[in-house]
Design a protein around this ligand. Structure first.
Ligand code: ADP
Ligand code: MG
Length: 960
């Protein structure tokens, strides 16, 4: 077939392979020279390579020989000789690209090639796995290769003690999950000393299952957090009102549906369409509505009606009879006029966010005097903020009630709302929905509303991996997401051919009208295979669905295993046996990933492993992952997906086209169709979702990019001070920056500055550095900005020199470092808090018709400038505040360092002391954070006693 597209795609693939072949040839050529070497000689290759590198050779120069050495070592130590395709994969990984190698092709072994080569540099090479179990398994499994060649290898795991963790990073090659690497980075940047840091570089990383990590996991940032102010009682206060509204809406919708049914019976499609559309907007998950929508004619009718009302711009006629409008695809709920009136009967307009700037403008032109104007304005601002917050909470409660279903989106466990990952079905304890939604769900479920937490440190997975000089990835399924990898990570995808051709049979999808029919047929098919003895692996999209299927199978007396990606090691052992005769294994997407399914005896004759998908996932990629579990290394195998029109994916994104195709085919109840046309339509529905999810991730990144620049700046500032060297110069630079900012703020002319104008600036400085200013400037003189700057700098640096003498030259650097870190950390934490607020509040800008991102960037920039100014002033002010009694100098320093400990410890106070044995490893705050979100004690209030023990209020002491 002369499809030009195939040719274009084909050519990228062919070009890639062609460019890899010369490497393979050379490596193979080396084999005859390397195989005869004794173990001793083979081991010596490492020092030989290192010597060549130190004499100017590059890694490129030694690549082929080094790969040949690894191959031979693998043969001798782990009894595997890299296949040629694995060599290709190794080269691609070395080049900093993504190698798409199908499941079972041996990516673990392929990665040893570049890890050894780059490991030779001794800067540390990292391999990122999807769970702790795989980090350990792979480091241990491949360990003998590295150790034979004299390289150190180690792995991280969740509660690894501090010293071991540090050692693991000292190794040449380190395996671990993205959580461990990412949080270590954040924790390192909260540490006060090199001794308390663990990572030494971000030189090279290979991300295994790169699509899971960089795409699926990247939707939520890593956050280390502690509690913030007070929890809002408003959720519980508003809850009954919202419940009432929701149930009133439900009864309206039921009435509409009743009417729609009657109207349909009378063939009055026009009015029926209106009612159906209203039901769709009022309660899209309504059972009666879903029942009606089993008839594709009705879906068409709804769409036609919506189109008509949109076209005639009269959609408000549809919406005005509802209390709120649900947009299921966009996960949004909007209160209508009627809803507002119902919530606040006395004063419905109270809940409209009038354009606040309008009111301000009105005030400005009202002729009020300064003081009154100011007061009125701040009253208005306060009112506006309260109203925004209330509206926000109402909105989140409405979402909690109408879009988030218990045991689907979340579960309630031990009095806590735990999110269920929509992709993998995994529970994610500790993770919380943002922007108050979690609190709203907690109110809905009548559990304690957990306190709002404040971010102490955060980074997205994207930005963490961008830290690496060179990044590479490997997975069985990357090609469909090539665009995202290219755009966001600058990573190219190279598809590596399989070692043996894939002979798995992928049967066309089976599509049913209802879920019930679908599940019955799935049961039939499993039973059929089970009776034959052929092993079956069934993939589901959620824990829920796994349990549903498990019940069905129990009724049919079919023995089976259910895996939920909870206990990786145990599940790996179970799934390893999924290829044996009569095995039936039900697994969510992530369960048992990375574990090889070998076929049991006699299974080849039965057709190999049969994979059943019970629903299409949101991304084609995840369907492919499931299919790829079968047919490894040229094995026999088959796969089939089952779908129904009631599946979420179909309901939300594919309905129109699919229902019309099915209509044309005259489909009736209890009938299944195997149609490539329908499968194609579903594929394009998935593409729609993929694009939308990509947009969401890009959006998250756009916001985080702003933070990323700020974080990099602050982290590098911290490091400057952690490094004691030339610390006086750093302090001097800060003084100059501080003065410069002040001068800029004053907007002075370049020259002709009068004494009257300059005076206050000297007094400002004199207050900070606690030194009387004695003017040597003639009061008649006029200064240029340059002269003024110099005079101020001189005033400051003279005082600084004296201060250093007073403190003592030897310990001054420690004092400066301590003060600087403390100021940076305290202000940065406050800044993160403000940024959280900014991020939450910025959504309201939409009501004021501004672009939220632009507004966010603008305001974030202002906040950041303010931050830098505050940090600088804090540092200088504190340095001049320090008093050290000459005789007890050293002891005082020790005390100050302890205060620093306390300062960190402020997050600890109010919480039971940690049992000493559980965390003996880490001296300070680093040990308190775990996983995604962790609560780390209580924040010190501005009016609380200062934790340094001075007996003063925090705000007058360390909190100043
Ligand atoms: P992937 O991560 O690509 O899915 P694995 O690294 O888990 O694959 O390896 C799959 C299986 O293939 C393992 O059982 C491994 O022992 C085997 N294998 C990989 N490479 C080779 C090789 N060169 N020779 C023999 N067996 C290999
Ligand atoms: Mg693997």
């Amino acid at each position: 077939m002369a499809n030009p597209l195939v040719k274009i795609f084909g050519s990228k693939y062919e070009k890639d392979i062609k460019s890899l072949l010369p490497f393979v040839r050379e490596i193979n050529n080396f084999e005859s020279k390397i195989q005869p070497l004794s173990d001793e000689q083979l081991k010596n290759k490492t020092s030989e390579f290192r010597e060549r590198l130190s004499n100017g050779a590059t890694l490129d120069d030694i690549l082929t020989e080094a790969f040949a050495v690894v191959r031979e070592t693998a043969r001798r130590t782990v009894d595997m000789r890299h296949f040629d395709v694995q060599l290709m994969g190794g080269v691609v990984l070395y080049q900093g690209k993504i190698a798409e190698m199908k499941t079972g092709e041996g990516k673990t072994l392929a990665a040893t090639l570049p890890l050894y080569l780059i490991g030779l540099k001794g800067e540390g090479a990292h391999l990122i796995t999807v769970n702790d179990y795989l980090a350990k398994r792979d480091a241990t499994w491949m360990g003998p290769i590295y150790e034979f060649l004299g390289l150190k290898v180690a792995y991280l795991y969740h509660d690894i003690p501090f010293d071991e963790r540090k050692n693991a990073y000292e190794a040449d090659i380190t395996y671990g999950t993205n959580n461990e690497f990412g949080f270590d980075y954040l924790r390192d940047n909260m540490a006060d000393d090199y001794a308390n840091m663990v990572q030494r570089s971000h030189s090279y990383a290979i991300v295994d299952e790169v699509d899971s990590v960089l795409i699926d996991e990247a939707r939520t940032p890593l956050i280390i957090s502690g509690p913030a102010g007070s929890a809002s009682g408003q959720y519980y206060e508003l809850k009954p009102k919202i419940m009432n509204l929701v149930s009133r809406q439900k009864s309206i919708v039921n009435r509409f549906l009743k009417e729609a049914e009657d109207l349909l019976a009378q063939n009055n499609t026009e009015d029926a369409g209106k009612r159906l559309l209203q039901a769709e907007k009022g309660d899209p998950k309504n059972k009666r509505l879903l029942k009606l929508k089993e008839n594709p004619e009705n879906i068409r009718l709804i769409q036609k009606t919506e189109f008509y009302y949109n076209q005639t711009k009269s959609i408000s006629l549809i919406e005005e009879e509802l209390y709120f409008v649900i947009e299921e695809k966009g996960h949004s709920v909007t209160l209508t006029e009627r809803g507002r009136a119902a919530l606040s009967p006395s004063n419905p307009e109270k809940l409209i966010l009038q354009d606040y700037t309008d009111s301000i403008a009105e005030l400005d032109s009202s002729g009020l005097s300064g003081e009154d104007l100011y007061r009125k304005k701040s009253e208005l601002e306060e009112e506006y903020l309260q109203m925004s917050e209330r509206l926000h909470i109402i909105n989140q409660l409405l979402r909690a009630y109408s879009l988030y279903e218990k045991d689907v989106e979340y579960v309630v466990q031990d009095g806590r709302v735990v999110i269920v990952d929509e992709f993998t079905g995994r529970l994610m304890p500790g993770r919380r929905y943002g922007e108050g939604l979690h609190q709203a769900i907690e109110a809905k479920e009548d559990v304690t509303i957990e306190r709002d937490t404040q971010t102490l440190a955060t980074i997205t997975i994207q930005n963490y991996f961008r830290l690496y000089d060179k990044l590479a990835g490997m997975t069985g399924t990357a090609d469909t997401e090539a665009e995202e990898f290219a755009k966001i990570y600058n990573l190219e995808v190279v598809v590596i051919p399989t070692n043996e051709p894939v002979i798995r049979k992928d049967h066309p999808d089976r599509i049913y009208r209802t879920g019930k029919e679908k599940w019955k047929s799935i049961g039939d098919e499993i039973e059929e295979s089970y009776k034959k003895g052929q092993p079956v692996l069934v993939g589901t999209i959620s824990v829920d669905k796994s349990e549903l299927l498990s019940k069905i199978l129990k009724k049919r007396k079919i023995a089976h295993e259910v895996l939920n990606a909870k206990h990786h090691e145990k599940e790996a052992q179970i799934i390893a046996k999924a290829g044996e005769q009569k095995s039936v294994t039900i697994a969510t997407n992530m369960a048992g990933r990375g574990t090889d399914i070998k076929l049991g005896e006699g299974v080849v004759e039965l057709g190999g492993l049969h994979v059943i998908g019970t629903e299409r996932h949101e991304a084609r990629r995840i369907d492919n992952q499931l299919r790829g579990r079968s047919g490894r290394q040229g094995d026999q195998g088959s796969s089939r997906f089952y779908l129904s029109l009631e599946d979420d994916l179909m309901r939300l994104f594919g309905s129109e086209k699919i229902s019309s195709i099915m209509l044309r085919m005259g489909m009736e109840e209890n009938q299944k169709i195997d149609s490539p046309m329908v499968s194609k339509a579903i594929g394009s529905a998935q593409k729609k979702v993929e694009t939308r999810n990509f947009e969401i991730r890009k959006h998250l990144l756009e916001y985080d990019n702003v933070m990323n620049d700020q974080r990099n700046f602050i982290y590098s500032k911290r490091r400057e001070f952690i490094d004691d060297e030339n610390i006086d110069q750093k302090t001097t630079a800060i003084m100059e920056e501080m003065i410069e900012a002040k001068l800029e703020e004053q907007e002075l002319p370049r020259s002709g500055i009068s004494y009257k104008e300059a005076g206050p600036i000297f007094f400002w400085l004199s207050d900070i550095i606690r030194k009387q200013w004695e003017s040597d400037i003639d009061s008649e003189a006029e200064l240029s900005v340059n002269a003024l700057r110099e005079a101020l700098a001189r005033f400051c640096s003279d005082a600084f020199a004296e201060k250093i003498q007073e403190i003592g030259e030897e310990i001054a650097p420690q004092v400066e470092r301590f003060i600087a870190l403390q100021a940076i950390d305290r202000r940065w934490k406050e800044h993160l808090y403000e940024m959280d607020g900014l991020r939450e509040g910025i959504g309201y800008q939409r009501y004021a018709q501004k672009d939220p991102l632009i507004e966010y960037k603008f305001q974030a920039f202002n906040l950041f400038q303010e931050l830098i100014k505050n940090i600088n002033t804090d540092i200088i002010r504190s340095i001049f505040k320090v008093r050290i009694a000459p005789r007890v100098q050293t002891q005082r320093i020790w005390q100050i360092n302890k205060t620093q400990h306390d300062e960190y410890d402020q997050f600890h106070t109010g919480r039971a002391p940690e049992p000493a044995v559980s965390h003996p490893e880490r001296p300070q705050a680093q040990k308190i954070m775990e996983r995604q979100q962790v609560v780390v004690g209580k924040k010190v209030g501005r009016n609380d006693l200062c934790p340094c023990g001075s007996g003063k209020k925090y705000k007058y002491c360390c909190g100043r």
